[in-house]
Design a binder for this molecule. Structure first.
Ligand code: NAD
Length: 484
């Protein structure tokens, strides 16, 4: 029935060892439209061994930087050829408007693959002046070696883009990988693996094992041949992964959630701030790690801004994202629908003023109305927890010090935006805010050359840019004795 997806291991599609399947459900119609292989410990073992043997065999590691660049560029061309198909796969699987991944994710994917082709040739070592060895001169130098087999664990909200953030960097560094896509969105990673084969990546370099987090994801983290886990997802899973990685001495990079503040000063361009806050709240139904869901507004304009944002929320057309004019589809899954509604009810119960949206009644499809709360306090659950849905919480502030204190009073620290006409103040606030990325008069710019990641509960490590590729290498030092 419908799509029937399998693992991609060592260049071949393969069923799960125990024959298990997981159903794919359309979030608009709630109909089953296909299934994928339910991976097992044995499947993970097969995939990791293929990636490990590829590294040991040396076929891929004999590719020098220029050769790695060539296949990365070829892969980028093939992704560009299939970009509509890939964007639609990601959109349809979670009920997102296909225009968003076409305009936002795919250009970023292509930029990442092409930037990584440049990084592949720049992973240079250093020559280090050293003090000699028992009176004899020495020469010491370092080389950058691939860290080994990487386990890449990916969420459902922007699956191809997040997969490629990891893939482009680790391939530039000469690693091999087992990708574990989300249960909601296995399609684009599997298609990417097939394109990589066409581009000339040897078998075993890129493997994909589909299945559940607590089965496939866990087995991947525990596998002895995995050198590094690169995880994007929830803090709960991240905590468990870091524990496992700690016990087994694996490298780990965690890109977790956020509760990112948008700080709107009263001198900001009202229209620009409004547009930026709407985008930061409603793009991808609010299911974006950097969603600007905590909107801190200077008291003098807070009521006017809240009313305008509520108006913008009411104007969003919600429905089947494949229908013309529809701007917002459903949230990705039933559990997400229940979670978002639970938080909306909590906001009402806690006494925030509901200006737009509200709890949605169950109907066909997991639709949520864009929701705006005003007059909220930073200690409310709707201000503290990541909701991962189209829900904005507006909190008034008095002055700059108040704004910074509120922005930093959060368990998270992924992104922040400062809206102001005073650029001196903008830089001062950007320096004071504890976050991995700050936008000044722009919400969450995506760029392949910029580092991305958070502090505190938002994670550990950075992806993106040249530093992202370096993070997939080990620096080895070699010292040679130079007798007279
Ligand atoms: P999730 O943690 O439930 O799942 C993410 C991935 O991890 C999935 O592939 C899942 O199968 C797997 N997984 C789950 N439990 C696991 C375990 N115990 N061991 C190994 N793997 C496991 O998250 P989600 O619901 O898919 O995504 C939403 C979360 O991701 C949000 O918190 C969001 O903020 C975060 N996110 C962060 C970024 C970022 O760049 N910081 C980007 C996108 C999403």
């Amino acid at each position: 029935m419908g799509q029937r997806l399998n693992h991609f291991i060592n260049g071949l599609a393969s069923e799960a060892s125990e024959g298990g399947r997981v159903e794919l459900v359309n979030p608009v119609t709630e109909q089953v439209y296909g299934s994928f292989a339910r991976g097992t410990v044995e499947d993970v073992d097969r995939a990791v061994n293929a990636a490990f043997e590829q590294l040991e065999r040396g076929e891929w590691s004999r590719f020098d930087g220029a050769q790695r660049a060539r296949v990365l560029l070829k892969l980028a061309d093939l992704v560009e050829r299939d970009s509509e198909l890939l964007a639609d796969m990601d959109a349809d699987a979670i009920g997102r408007s296909p225009l968003e991944p076409r305009r936002m994710d795919l250009p970023n994917v292509l930029a990442n693959l092409r930037a990584a082709a440049g990084w592949a040739n720049q992973l240079e070592g250093r020559t280090i002046p050293s003090g000699g060895y028992f009176g004899t001169r020495t020469l010491s130098y370092t080389v950058r070696e691939p860290v080994g087999v990487v386990g890449a664990i990916v969420p459902w909200n922007s699956p191809l883009m997040i997969t490629v953030w990891k893939l482009a960097a680790l391939l530039a560094a000469g690693c091999t990988v087992v990708i574990k896509p989300s249960e909601e969105t296995p399609q684009s990673a599997l298609h990417l693996a097939v394109l990589a084969q066409e581009a000339g990546f040897p078998d075993g370099v890129i493997n994909v094992v589909t299945g559940y987090g607590n089965e496939v994801g866990r087995a991947l983290c525990e596998h002895p041949h995995i050198a590094k886990i690169s995880f994007t997802g929830s803090p709960e899973a991240g905590r468990e992964i870091q524990r496992t990685a700690g016990v087994l001495f694996k490298h780990v990079a965690l890109e977790l959630g956020g509760k990112s503040p948008q700080i709107v000063f009263d001198d900001a361009s009202f229209e620009d701030a409004l547009r930026g806050c709407s985008l930061g709240l409603f793009a991808n139904q609010g299911q974006i790690c950097a969603a600007g869901s905590r909107i801190l507004v200077q008291r003098g304009i807070a009521d006017r801004f809240a009313a305008a944002l509520a108006e913008a929320a009411r104007a969003v057309k919600v429905g089947d994202p494949r229908q013309p004019g529809v701007q917002m589809g459903p949230v990705a899954k039933k559990a997400q629908w229940e979670r978002v509604n639970r938080y909306i009810q909590l906001g009402i119960d806690e006494g925030a003023t509901l200006l737009a949206g509200g709890v949605s009644s169950p109907e066909q499809g997991w639709f949520v109305r864009p929701t705006i709360f005003a007059d909220a306090r930073n200690d409310m659950a709707i201000a503290r927890d990541e909701i991962f849905g189209p829900v904005g919480t507006i909190i008034p502030f008095d002055d700059e010090a108040d704004a910074v204190a509120l922005a930093n009073d959060s368990a998270y620290g992924l992104a922040a935006t400062v809206w102001t006409a005073d650029l001196v103040r903008a830089h001062r606030v950007a320096a004071a805010v504890k976050a991995g990325a700050v936008g000044i008069n722009c919400w969450s710019p995506l760029d392949a050359n910029l580092p991305w990641g958070g502090v505190k509960t938002s994670g550990i490590g950075r992806e993106g840019g040249f530093g992202g590729a370096l993070a997939y290498t080990e620096e080895k030092v070699i010292t040679v004795l130079l007798p007279h």
